[in-house]
Design a protein around this ligand. Structure first.
Ligand SMILES: [Mn+2]
Length: 337
């Protein structure tokens, strides 16, 4: 990644007005990389603005404090203005233009330089500078490595460090996925040495559940979890399916089902699972897997999705019933015998 990094360093030395964006339904890594980069560039003396397609979940929205972040979903005109005023657009934690939702025409039509910093597989070729490291645990870790590689870690303050830690911990399931390496922990050690209180970040992110959210998750696991591992012809696969009515019953808020799919993989012997949710525009799917089972190609081929080898999203325009039937008919592809 030496060449694009040189180009990024040159850009940081020449351009002055930066606009940072991340993907829709922003998770901890999207928000962490967005706000982390905001502070890193501010500390380099740049003018920096941030926008998102829509707001993040309540447990991470606090990390946006002090950035004056605008959301396209509620303030599209002001977001358009920010695109017009910037020299350089930095896209964080997504691999395809469609991942910014209704904002994609602004991204496609942006006149200045575009940079992509991301760790998802098969990034689209839409940026002037693409820094893509699929093996990296998180975009936040990749940002740290970029600043280290550009010899610019002096711009890392506690605000930036705190945000990068947010993305690193949320994208790694609190440092337990195979994407975690010695380098990940060395970076975390450095962030802690810079003064972050990592236990406080965990409390803010993970110990902030509403009662509705906990009850929705309890309901999902006890009433809406289907396991396919029964009998000699079974598969080590499970799915949780939630209808609009299920979500409404527990006063669903964005983020309430974040990580719920991982509970399937926590069952003894399970190799893959999917959370299937009925949303206003169709069926949203979140796949997870482990070991020799890879879900990204499967999600891409059959459910208009993709992502990482062990964590991928998907979307189905069909009904819940049709989507589940289709999924079940394809199990032999996920588990070839
Ligand atoms: Mn990420």
């Amino acid at each position: 990644m030496q060449q694009p990094l040189e180009a990024l360093k040159t850009l940081l030395q020449t351009d002055q007005r930066f606009l940072l964006i991340a993907h829709k339904s922003p998770d901890g890594d999207a928000v962490g990389s967005l706000v982390g980069m905001f502070h890193l560039l501010k500390n380099l003396g740049k003018k920096v603005e941030v926008v998102l397609p829509d707001p993040p979940a309540v447990n991470i929205v606090g990390f946006l404090k002090g950035t004056d972040c605008l959301f396209y979903s509620s303030d599209s005109n002001a977001v358009e203005n920010r695109f017009m005023e910037a020299d350089c657009l930095i896209c964080l934690d997504f691999n395809a233009i469609s991942r910014v939702g209704y904002m994609q025409y602004l991204l496609a039509g942006f006149q200045g330089k575009k940079v992509l910093i991301d760790h998802h597989t098969e990034p689209e070729n839409f940026a002037d500078i693409t820094i893509s490291e699929v093996s990296c645990s998180s975009t936040c870790q990749l940002i740290y490595q970029c600043f280290e590689g550009m010899d610019l870690l002096s711009s890392m303050d506690q605000h930036a460090a705190r945000c990068l830690y947010l993305g690193m911990t949320t994208d790694t399931g609190s440092f337990r996925f195979p994407s975690v390496t010695a380098k990940t922990h060395k970076i975390v050690a450095d962030l802690i040495e810079r003064g972050i209180e990592q236990w406080k970040i965990h409390q803010e992110v993970f110990d902030n559940n509403s009662v509705d959210q906990l009850q929705l998750r309890g309901f999902a696991v006890s009433e809406k979890l289907v396991l396919l591992n029964q009998g000699s012809h079974g598969f080590p696969f499970g799915y949780i399916w939630l209808t609009k009515d299920d979500l409404a019953r527990f006063n669903y808020q964005p983020g309430d089902t974040e990580g719920l799919v991982n509970t399937i993989l926590s069952i003894e012997g399970m190799k893959a699972g999917v959370l299937i949710q009925e949303k206003s525009d169709g069926i949203k799917m979140s796949f997870r897997s482990k070991d020799e089972v890879h879900v990204n190609q499967f999600a891409k081929k059959h459910f208009n999705g993709g992502g990482h080898v062990y964590a991928a999203g998907g979307f189905s325009p069909d009904s819940m019933d049709v989507t589940i039937s289709k999924l079940l008919s394809l199990m032999h592809e996920l588990f070839p015998r």
